[in-house]
Design a protein around this ligand. Structure first.
Ligand SMILES: [Zn+2]
Length: 335
């Protein structure tokens, strides 16, 4: 082997001409990695990038949780766009006129105090802290209702019925338990946003109906190539279709809202029983209440009860009794 000359790196460069050296420097400069290249980027930059993506994710997550929020009572996700202040405003505006129109506030202060006491006890355990208000209305009707933001009323007729009526198999219940069955049901209507949910559904349905009618109109009537006469005939045909479609759609919407309302009643019964249990009342009183309504219905003709059940926004007392029995078993098996 010949005599090998070992050259150092410095010497190695020296063997190239100055021109070649300049070419290499130029090429290296042209392919220079930017500061943002993954191989160059400092850890701090990487962290910054991660924070930005996390921030966007958080914003999306928050928006999702805001618009498609969990119901405070059922914990099921629902479209939610009626804000709390509007619920408060609705309840505030409607309460006094509702109470006055239906008979005014009861003169019986003992009854009013009792209702206040039971209602306040129950409302201490709700998911949302609303401005609860409980009123006894001077009316003989067997009724009670709830407006948004916890404005609740019970009719004197129902309180008297509760005070007087004894049903076999329910001797262990107190008057307070039975009143709590009514009030807890109404409290759940307010706490679970039932009125707001209804408004939200009606709003979405109306938007969909308008979109559908615009689509139908565009499909049937608009045609660029057709003569004026054809367009006129189509417009006439559209008006006939629109009339029938409008009638059928309105009927479907009414049936859907009726079904929604019945579902909300069962929901109010079910969570109301849990609320009673938590506040120290006997949830069995929810069964007593349905027996009480059934006993009152027996006083009316059967056909009248049947017709009332078909068009009622409430499920039949028998269906509610069955559902409440299941809930009672569920509550007892948990404790
Ligand atoms: Zn109800």
């Amino acid at each position: 082997m010949g005599d090998l000359k070992v050259i150092s790196s410095d010497n190695y460069l020296n063997i190239f001409s100055k021109k070649r050296e300049a070419e290499i420097t130029k090429t290296l400069n042209n392919n220079a990695l930017s500061d943002d290249h993954p191989y160059i980027r400092s850890d701090r930059n990487t962290l910054k990038e991660t924070n930005v993506s996390k921030g966007i994710f958080q914003i999306l997550k928050k928006s999702y949780n805001f618009i498609y929020a969990k119901n405070p009572v059922t914990e099921k996700r629902q479209l939610w766009f009626v804000p709390a202040f509007f619920e408060n405003f609705l309840g505030y505006c409607m309460y006094s006129s509702y109470v006055n129109d239906q008979g005014g506030i009861s003169f019986n202060s003992n009854r009013q105090n009792l209702i206040n006491k039971i209602g306040t006890n129950l409302s201490k355990h709700t998911s949302r802290k609303l401005d609860y208000q409980f009123t006894v209305i001077r009316s003989s009707h067997l009724n009670a209702w709830a407006l948004p933001w916890g404005k609740i009323a019970i009719f004197e007729g129902l309180v008297k019925g509760i005070e007087k009526t004894e049903i076999n198999g329910f001797k262990d219940l107190t008057k307070e338990d039975k009143i709590a069955a009514v009030l807890s049901h109404e409290i759940v209507h307010a706490d679970a946003r039932h009125t707001a949910r209804r408004l939200e559904k009606i709003f979405v349905i109306n938007i969909l109906l308008v979109a559908l009618r615009v689509y139908l109109f565009a499909k049937v009537v608009i045609g660029i190539k057709e003569s004026k006469n054809d367009r006129f005939n189509k417009l006439e045909a559209y008006q006939e279709i629109d009339f029938i479609a409008n009638y059928l759609l309105n009927l479907c919407v009414k049936l859907y809202l009726l079904a929604t309302s019945r579902k909300q009643e069962l929901e109010a019964d079910r969570y109301g029983m849990y609320l009673m249990k938590k506040a120290g009342y006997n949830p069995k009183a929810a069964l007593w209440l349905q027996h009480f309504f059934i006993s009152r219905q027996l006083e009316s003709p059967r056909w009248a009860v049947k017709i009332n059940e078909i068009f009622s926004s409430h499920p039949s007392s028998k269906a509610r009794l069955d559902a409440n029995l299941k809930t009672l078993n569920e509550i007892e098996s948990r404790s």
